[in-house]
Design a protein around this ligand. Structure first.
Ligand code: ADP
Ligand code: ZN
Ligand code: ZN
Length: 803
C-alpha cells in the first residue's frame, strides 16, 4: 500500500511534521504531492497537504484518506520545498508556510463544480454523467464512483475543469438596480394618475419614459436629487422593478490596453540590460541591483528583460509595492504583453484573485505582476524575478509567516537558475552594501529620460520661523509659493509623515531632540507616566521641563495628524480646494483611485496626504511639493529613520515637475543640517550611504549586525515583564560574547487591545544555533501560548517594524 505523507491543518509545534495516511484504491494516482486532502485527525476531519508519497510507514496502524480536494496539485514540488525552507527561515509552522502561498479562496468555503469546456463527446463514462449539462456539482462526480484518473485525463486535455464557486458573501458586492416594468405609454398613464404634489415620483416616472435601461438606485437618486422613499411606492405598484446585481470589481477585465512597442534603449539602459540578458541566456542565477534615479527608465529595462524571458519560453514574476500597483503601472505591462499578464493585488475580490492565480497555474500567462504574495506564483519555469522599489517595507510580511519577498525571490530564482533584479532610486542600505561588496551586481542609471532635471529642493528652517514669530506649521515661503500656484492654476502636493507615531520630544527653539544615550534613537514619550523611554534598550528618564541644550521652555512632544493640517490649511488659504488622502479617507474600496482621479482632473488645488501619495504619482500640473515636517519621520524610534527620511524625500521630490513645467520642492525641518535631509535635498545617494553606514557600524546595526526581535504580549503586564526578562537571560547565557541582548523594554506601542507588549532585541553577527535556542523558548512556553488570550511570543528574524 502506498502512503501519503500529510501536513495537517493544525498549526502547532506537535503537529509540525508529516503524518502518514493510507491511500484508498479509488484515489490512487490522484493523490500526489501538492494536493489537498481530507483526513481523520483525532475525532475530527480536517484538511491537509500531501507533501510526499512513500512505499511504507513506520507506523503499523494508519488511517485512510477520506477525500481528495484537488485533482490537479495546487502546490508544485518546488513550492513544497520552498515551504520547508520558509519554515526553517522564519521559524513558522510548515502548514502556515504552505497556506501563505495559496489564494485565500483555498481556505474559504466554496462549492466545487465540474465544468465541461467542450461541445465534443467526452470519450468516457464522464459524458453520460454530464448528460447534456455544461456544469454539474462536483459531488455528483464523487458519488458516481467514476475514476479520478479518468477525470484527471479530461482535465489535462482541457476538456473539463474543476471550478470553485466562492460561497463566502463578503467576496461578492451587490448593488440595487432599478428597471421600468412598463412601456412609455403605460408610464404616461401612471403619470396622469399621480397627484401633482408627488413631484419626486413624477420625476422618476418621467426619467424612465426617456430611459429604458436599468440604472443603479444610487445613481438615479443622485441624478434626480430624491430619496428612496419616492422610489418605494413605484416599486410597490409594479411600475419599477428593484433587484440586486453583483458588481464586478476587476478594474482591467474589459479594458483594451493600447499595445506599446519597446523603445530603442539609451546608452545607459543598454549597459544596464546587457548583463541581465546574458544571465537569462546562460540560465545563471545572479542578483542585480538596478540603482536608477526616478524617471531614468528602469521600467523599460524590466519590460525588455521580461520580453527576452518570454521569447525563451519562460516565465517572469514582477513585484511592485501594493500602493504602486496603480492602473498606470498595470497598463504598462498589459500594454506590452497583453493577455500574457496576470495581475494579483488586494483590490481584487477573493474570487478574482483565484481566477488570476488559476491562469498562472494553467500556464495561460507567462507574466505575473503583483504585490508581495505574487512571489509565490505557481510558475514552474521561472526565467526572471524583478522587484521594483526594492527598499519598500511592504515586501516584508508582518504577521504569521514573517518573510521578506526579497529573500524568497532570491531563493526561488536560485532554484530556477535565473536572475533577480532589484530596482530602486533609493536602495535599502542592506542591498546597496551587498552590491558594494560584490554580492549583488550593481547596475546604474544616473540620468533622467530626455535630460529632464530633478526639481530644485529648498530647505526651510522652522526654528527661524519661530524666532520670527511664525508659530504656524506652514512656513511663510511655503504659504507664498502655494498661493502663487493657485494664482497660476497649477497644483500642489503636500506631504505629511504617517499619522500617530510621532511621539518624540523636541525643542522648538533649537531643534534638539531627546535621544537615548545608548542607541542613537529618539526617545518615545509615554504620556500617562510623563516619561521618555528608549524602546530598544531599557533606558528611561523623566520628561524634561526645559531643553538640555538651550534651556528653552518650548520643549514638547510632537505629533500632528493630516486632519489637523487640513483645518489649518483651510484657515490659512480659504480659497484652496484640498483633497486629503490618508488612512481615514481611503478606507473604502476604490477611494484611493477616485481621489487621485479627482486631483488628476484638476478638481482640487492641493493634494494633502501621507505615505500613500509619495509613490508613482505622475501629474504634469504639479509644480510644487511641500514636505511639512521632515523631522517627524526622522525621529521615529527606529534605527532606519534616517534611511526612511532620505527615501521619502527623494520619492516625494520626484512628484514635482515631471513634464514640461519645472518643479520645486519645499522641505520644512527643524534640523536642516541633518545629513539625511541635506543629502536628500541634493540627491546624493552615494554620500548618504557612506554617512549612514558609519553610524550603523558605530551602533552595531544592520547591515553590520543582524537583528532578532522578540515581542511578548499578555493581558497582565507583570507576566509580560517576567517572560521577557527570562528570554533575555536565557539568550544572554546561551549566545556568544559577540552578540548583544537588549531589553526587556516596553514596545513603543505599549498596549494594544488591552494586551501589554514588551520586547527584547538580539544583535548578532553569527549565531548558527540561534534558531534552535528560539525553538526551545517557544517550546517551553507552548502550553501558555495555546490558551485563548494567553501569552504570545512573536519572533522576527528580520524586523522592520520596531514598534
Ligand atoms: P523609472 O521607472 O526609472 O522611474 P520610467 O520607466 O517610468 O522610469 O521612465 C520614464 C519615462 O521615460 C517613461 O515615460 C518611459 O516611457 C520613458 N522611457 C523609458 N525608456 C525610454 C527610451 N529608451 N526611450 C524613450 N523613452 C523612454
Ligand atoms: Zn533647545
Ligand atoms: Zn536605548
Amino acid at each position: 500500500m502506498t502512503i501519503a505523507n500529510v501536513i495537517v491543518d493544525v498549526p502547532s509545534q506537535n503537529t509540525n511534521r508529516p503524518f502518514d495516511y493510507g491511500i484508498p484504491e479509488k484515489f490512487e494516482g490522484i493523490v500526489q504531492p501538492g494536493v489537498r486532502v481530507i483526513i481523520p485527525f483525532g475525532p475530527r476531519k480536517i484538511m491537509g497537504y500531501v507533501v510526499s508519497i512513500s512505499e511504507e510507514s513506520d507506523f503499523s496502524k494508519i488511517k485512510n484518506i477520506i477525500d481528495v480536494l484537488d485533482v490537479t496539485p495546487v502546490l508544485t514540488e518546488e513550492l513544497l520545498e520552498l515551504g520547508k525552507w520558509l519554515s526553517r527561515k522564519t521559524l513558522s509552522y510548515y502548514i502556515s508556510c504552505l497556506q501563505v502561498m495559496l489564494p485565500q479562496v483555498m481556505k474559504a468555503k466554496y462549492r466545487k463544480e465540474l465544468w465541461k469546456l467542450t461541445d465534443e463527446y467526452l470519450q468516457s463514462d464522464l459524458d453520460p454523467l454530464f448528460d447534456g449539462r455544461a456544469v454539474i456539482d462536483y459531488e455528483e462526480f464523487e458519488q458516481s464512483n467514476l475514476s479520478y484518473k479518468m477525470l484527471r485525463k479530461h482535465i489535462d486535455d482541457g476538456e473539463v475543469d474543476v471550478h470553485y464557486e466562492v460561497k463566502s458573501r463578503e467576496t461578492k458586492k451587490v448593488t440595487s438596480m432599478l428597471e421600468p416594468q412598463m412601456d412609455t405609454m403605460q408610464l404616461e398613464e401612471v403619470l396622469v394618475d399621480l397627484s401633482k404634489q408627488a413631484k419626486k415620483q413624477r420625476a422618476i416616472v418621467e426619467y424612465f419614459m426617456d430611459h429604458k435601461e436599468p440604472i443603479t438606485k444610487k445613481q438615479l437618486l443622485q441624478t434626480l436629487g430624491t430619496t428612496a422613499a419616492s422610489v418605494k411606492p413605484l416599486v410597490k405598484q409594479g411600475v419599477l422593478q428593484e433587484y440586486e446585481q453583483e458588481v464586478f470589481r476587476d478594474p482591467y477585465g474589459n479594458r483594451n490596453f493600447e499595445r506599446t512597442e519597446p523603445f530603442p534603449l539609451t546608452e545607459e539602459q543598454s549597459q544596464a540590460i546587457t548583463p541581465i540578458l546574458s544571465s537569462i541566456e546562460q540560465r545563471q542565477h545572479e542578483v542585480f541591483l538596478l540603482h536608477g534615479v526616478t524617471g531614468s527608465g528602469k521600467t523599460e529595462v524590466y519590460l525588455q528583460s521580461i520580453q527576452q524571458v518570454i521569447d525563451n519560453g519562460k516565465e517572469a514574476i514582477m513585484l511592485v509595492p501594493e500602493i504602486a500597483l496603480t492602473p498606470q503601472m498595470v497598463e504598462r505591462f498589459k500594454g506590452r504583453f497583453g493577455s500574457k499578464v496576470a495581475v494579483l493585488h488586494s483590490a481584487l475580490s477573493a474570487g478574482e484573485k483565484y481566477d488570476e492565480w488559476r491562469k498562472i497555474q494553467r500556464k495561460e500567462v507567462q507574466v505575473v505582476v503583483g504585490a508581495r504574495s505574487a512571489i509565490f506564483a505557481p510558475f514552474s519555469n521561472i526565467g526572471i524575478i524583478i522587484i521594483d522599489e526594492e527598499h519598500e517595507n511592504s515586501y516584508k510580511q508582518e504577521d504569521r509567516t514573517r518573510y521578506h519577498a526579497r529573500d524568497v525571490a532570491i531563493e526561488r530564482a536560485s532554484r530556477h537558475g535565473s536572475p533577480v533584479v532589484l530596482g530602486s532610486a533609493t536602495p535599502a542600505l542592506e542591498s546597496y552594501a551587498r552590491a558594494a561588496k560584490g554580492n549583488y551586481h550593481l547596475l546604474t542609471l544616473s540620468k533622467r529620460m530626455n535630460n529632464a532635471v530633478m526639481p530644485e529642493v529648498e530647505l526651510v528652517d522652522m526654528r527661524e520661523e519661530l524666532h520670527e514669530g511664525n508659530r504656524s506649521m506652514f512656513s511663510r515661503v511655503l504659504k507664498e509659493k502655494i498661493e502663487a500656484r493657485l494664482a497660476r492654476r497649477e497644483q500642489v502636493v503636500l506631504f505629511l509623515n504617517r499619522r500617530g507615531y510621532s511621539t518624540f520630544v523636541m525643542c522648538r527653539d533649537c531643534g534638539h531632540v531627546m535621544e537615548c544615550p545608548h542607541c542613537d534613537i529618539a526617545l518615545t514619550y509615554h504620556k500617562n507616566q510623563n516619561r521618555l523611554k528608549c524602546h530598544y534598550c531599557s533606558h528611561e528618564e523623566p520628561m524634561p521641563t526645559e531643553c538640555p541644550e538651550c534651556e528653552s521652555k518650548t520643549i514638547r512632544y510632537f505629533g500632528t495628524g493630516t486632519q489637523k493640517v487640513e483645518e489649518v490649511l483651510q484657515q490659512l488659504i480659504p480659497e484652496a480646494e484640498v483633497i486629503r488622502m490618508d488612512v481615514d479617507t481611503t478606507r473604502r474600496k476604490g477611494a484611493h483611485e477616485k481621489l487621485l482621479q479627482q486631483f488628476g482632473d484638476k478638481k482640487a488645488d492641493i493634494l494633502l496626504g501621507t505615505q500613500m501619495i509619495a509613490k508613482g504619482l505622475d501629474f504634469g500640473n504639479v509644480t510644487l511639493v511641500g514636505v511639512l515636517a521632515a523631522d517627524a519621520l526622522l525621529n521615529l524610534p527606529d534605527f532606519r529613520a534616517s534611511e526612511k527620511t532620505f527615501q521619502l524625500i527623494t520619492q516625494v521630490s520626484g512628484r514635482a515637475g515631471r513634464h514640461e513645467k519645472p518643479g520645486e520642492v519645499i522641505i520644512q525641518t527643524y534640523t536642516p543640517e541633518h545629513y539625511s535631509v541635506e543629502l536628500a535635498s541634493q540627491y546624493e545617494y552615494e554620500q548618504f550611504f557612506q554617512e549612514e553606514m558609519k553610524l550603523r557600524k558605530a551602533f552595531n546595526y544592520p547591515p553590520y549586525y543582524f537583528l532578532t526581535l522578540f515581542t511578548v504580549s499578555h493581558p497582565n503586564e507583570l507576566k509580560v515583564q517576567e517572560v521577557t526578562q527570562k528570554i533575555v537571560q536565557f539568550m544572554r547565557q546561551k549566545l556568544s560574547d559577540q552578540s548583544m541582548v537588549l531589553g526587556p523594554t516596553p514596545s513603543a506601542l505599549t498596549r494594544i487591545n488591552n494586551r501589554y507588549r514588551y520586547q527584547c532585541m538580539v544583535k548578532y553577527k553569527k549565531e548558527p544555533e540561534q534558531r534552535k535556542l528560539v525553538e526551545r523558548i517557544l517550546h517551553y512556553y507552548e502550553d501558555e501560548m495555546k490558551q485563548e488570550n494567553g501569552l504570545q511570543i512573536v519572533v522576527d528574524f528580520q524586523p522592520y517594524q520596531l514598534m
